[in-house]
Design a protein around this ligand. Sequence first.
Ligand SMILES: [Fe+2]
Length: 298
Amino acid sequence: MQKQSSAEQIQKKSRRAYIIRRIGMWILVLFLLDVMTFGANNRIDITKYTYKTDALSVSFNGFRIVHLTDLHNKVFMENNEALLREIRALNPDIIVMTGDTIDASNHTNVADAVMFMEQIPEIAPTYFVHGNHEHNLPKSVLSGFEEKITNLENVHFLNNECVQIESHTGQTLSLIGLDDLSLQANILKTLADEAPDDFQILLAHEPQYLKDYYAETGVDLVFSGHVHGGQWRIPFTHQGLYGPDQGLFPKYSDGVYTEGDTTMYLSRGLGNSGFPVRLFNHPEIVCVTLETVSGDAS
Ligand SMILES: [Fe+2]
């Protein structure tokens, strides 16, 4: 009888130890997930590329373009100081932004977006287009934002427009900003045909039109966003889980894509929209340096 009860006690103890171990394991898993998620949403990756071309004057050699996208009203430390510090350290010649600066889902904050647009041109001239989220805002909210930023010095809103970017010797390239609502129209072809320079850079929010639309016009470079790297990324691969307008395992989720003579840089972006968590997917700033190689351009 005594033997049986001590056997029962041993069984109870080992069962208790098993339960404690399981609880401890789950706490550890949740802790690691939490740490990774905080990192995945707040630690900014800087991705640097060099684009070699013989189509530009040597005066553009070393010209540095910093690309930001899909901020979605995220703020990196007070007044975005952490984000601004990273951009400043890259010493860009220009900054380009490809939309979804303001979030339209559940954390719209026009004041924060305006504050960022006031701060960023102190680093370099800034050119930006709207994404789908700006167009999902109530019209009065969007026009309020546009009114506040159109008079800012060194901030250029490209609403289906082309501007010329000058090198330090006065050579130029064309920068085209395509509004997200215009993707299905023939506007890009017209803009590219009328652009004054042979070398053309396109800012366009959505990347999935690279083959059938952007490359068809013959632009040299495209900067794009929209996919947030697939929101959750599969570790040790270059594959995102889901992309808007592309579905599961999107073809375009991040990195460099070429189609004909067109190269597209697709950033994972900085923030989140409705679904609040990135996983294995740090916010990203892309920096492209132009490298001119000898060619006809002079
Ligand atoms: Fe977005």
